[in-house]
Design a protein around this ligand. Structure first.
Ligand SMILES: Nc1ncnc2c1ncn2[C@@H]1O[C@H](COP(=O)(O)OP(=O)(O)O)[C@@H](O)[C@H]1O
Ligand SMILES: [Mg+2]
Length: 317
């Protein structure tokens, strides 16, 4: 049987939003299934509001699934279990400045983690351990000790959050838009780092992004999401170079993306288009699809295997 560090089966999340009089139920994540193999970078991609973060939050235990199963290293996670707190799965967040309290030195987080997981016996051992992790992201203990978050650049701080995630020797890193708030000039070097960690330490990465360029560059397999559904999934070369789903074809041309800071503020209110598409019966993309057919409006297509790629589209049925 194929080895999997993470296996997601039919994961679903329904949100009820709006006031009492204008309630809507949207399926932000709709029977999503995928797996991540050992030492693999798997990418979950799609425009903002398609359900990527909700999927990540359920995997990390921040959000309770409406239904479906999440299996970490062969072990299904129980209800209310904070999966991200386990040693084997660690997360890296979008905003490195939000990860650390500005009034605490960053090294304290590192000592605390080692202490909490009882990974070292002495301070000297801890410093050595921390230095090794920092070196794997291109930094060192010396240049990091006793400093506050604002003494680092965004790029450095994101490297530091990656080093922190590595402290417990995880098998899987979950990185939700890890470079979208980092200077464009530094993005590639951070994305490269994931690739290096995967190759050298054998860590798997669930890389979540709206940026297909970095996705193409680092990942082996990719899933494209649209309004809660994975509409195409397969080897990155096939999906991005010979996209089959009309949405993937469109996405390759341009990715509509809101400013992440603005999105944060207006998170729960859906745009009209978003709501319309989420509430559609049939294929969620039908309203924008250049190749829409009558049956697309009536019933959602099921997955079809074309080459090594799964496609949710009647064009291939
Ligand atoms: N806590 C919540 N309550 C209600 N709706 C939510 C909540 N979190 C996210 N949503 C909605 O679910 C959809 C998917 O959001 P999200 O997973 O954040 O997408 P992405 O990360 O791809 O931008 C969006 O329409 C969003 O507004
Ligand atoms: Mg998101």
């Amino acid at each position: 049987m194929e080895e999997k560090v993470l296996d997601i089966v039919e994961l679903t999340k329904v949100f009820t939003i709006g006031s009492l009089l204008s309630r809507v139920r949207i399926t932000a994540v709709d029977r999503v299934s995928f797996h991540v193999r050992p030492a693999e970078i798997f990418c979950l991609a799609g425009e903002s509001g398609c359900g990527k973060s909700t999927t990540a939050k359920m995997i990390m235990g921040f959000e309770e699934p409406t239904s479906g199963t999440i299996i970490h290293n062969g072990k299904p996670s129980g209800r209310h279990e904070k999966v991200w707190l386990t040693q084997r799965t660690q997360a890296i967040f979008q905003d490195p400045f939000g990860t650390f309290n500005p009034l605490r030195t960053v090294d304290r987080y590192f000592f605390e983690t080692l202490h909490n997981y009882k990974l070292v016996q002495s301070r000297a051992e801890a410093i050595d351990w921390i230095d090794r992790k920092l070196r794997s992201v291109g930094l060192s203990y010396e240049e990091f000790a006793d400093k506050y978050p604002n003494e680092f650049s965004g790029g450095q701080l994101q490297r530091i959050s990656i080093a922190r995630a590595l402290l417990t020797n995880p098998t899987l890193l979950i990185a939700d838009e890890p470079v979208s708030m980092v200077d464009a000039s530094l993005r590639m070097s951070i994305v490269n780092l994931f690739k290096q960690l995967c190759d050298e330490l054998g860590v798997s990465v669930l890389y979540i992004t709206h940026d297909l360029a970095t996705a193409y560059y680092v990942s082996e397999r990719i899933a494209i999401m649209f309004r809660g559904n994975i509409i195409e999934m397969g080897p990155v070369e096939q999906v991005l170079m010979e996209p089959k789903h009309p949405y993937t074809q469109l996405l390759r041309e341009s990715i509509p993306e809101a400013d992440p800071r603005k999105r944060w503020a207006t998170k729960i209110s859906l745009t009209e288009l978003e709501q319309q598409e989420y509430l559609r019966t049939g294929c969620k993309f039908a309203g924008r699809c250049p190749r829409v057919m009558n049956k697309c409006l009536e019933q959602a297509p099921t997955d079809v295997l074309v080459d090594d790629t799964l496609v949710k589209c009647y064009l291939y049925a």
